[in-house]
Design a protein around this ligand. Structure first.
Ligand SMILES: [Zn+2]
Length: 162
């Protein structure tokens, strides 16, 4: 399916207007974070790794610049795995309750991918896209308002402005 860039740009513009700062945290409350800038990306990921890591049919996350993402409290457990191109991907979970809070990719050190359900107000997050619809579970219906990417959006788009 061809990417509707007009719709994508409109969704990104709405996301860029998300009021900041905003905060979130894990289930037990030990891990808390604050974002000082609006996310640069958001959406659902349907890849098989996200399914395994979350135990759910897909994950919903947002991407924020690393220098705008601040851990306020709590210790995290790190799970590192290799990804395409040999770059490591680390997932960070609360060491107390195990909530998956964010992920880091060596290929894109300037950004953090934060799990949207950890937000204090998750419904305030505007969503932009579906990633990895190639592996989307047939159990769910995709929101047709969001732009769909067969794999990772950065494979099909120019890199975001830092
Ligand atoms: Zn916790």
């Amino acid at each position: 399916m061809a990417i509707d860039f007009q719709r994508l740009r409109a969704a990104l513009k709405i996301l860029a207007q998300m009021p900041a700062p905003f905060e979130g945290g894990c289930l037990c409350g030990a891990v808390r974070y604050r974002c000082d800038a609006a996310p640069i990306w958001s959406g659902h990921c349907h890849c098989d790794s996200c399914k395994k890591l979350s135990g759910a049919p897909f994950t919903t996350a947002f991407t924020v610049k690393t220098d705008a993402f601040h851990i306020l409290s709590g210790d995290t457990l790190v799970f590192e795995r290799g990804a395409e191109g040999g770059h490591a991907v680390r997932t960070r979970r609360c060491s107390g309750c195990g909530t998956w809070v964010w992920a880091e990719r060596d290929a894109r050190p300037d950004f953090r991918a934060v799990l949207a359900p950890t937000l204090d107000a998750p419904l305030a997050l505007p969503l932009v896209a579906h990633a990895y619809v190639l592996q989307a579970s047939p159990w769910i219906t995709l929101d047709p308002e969001l732009t769909q990417f067969q794999k990772m959006p950065e494979d099909e788009l120019p890199p975001p402005k830092a």
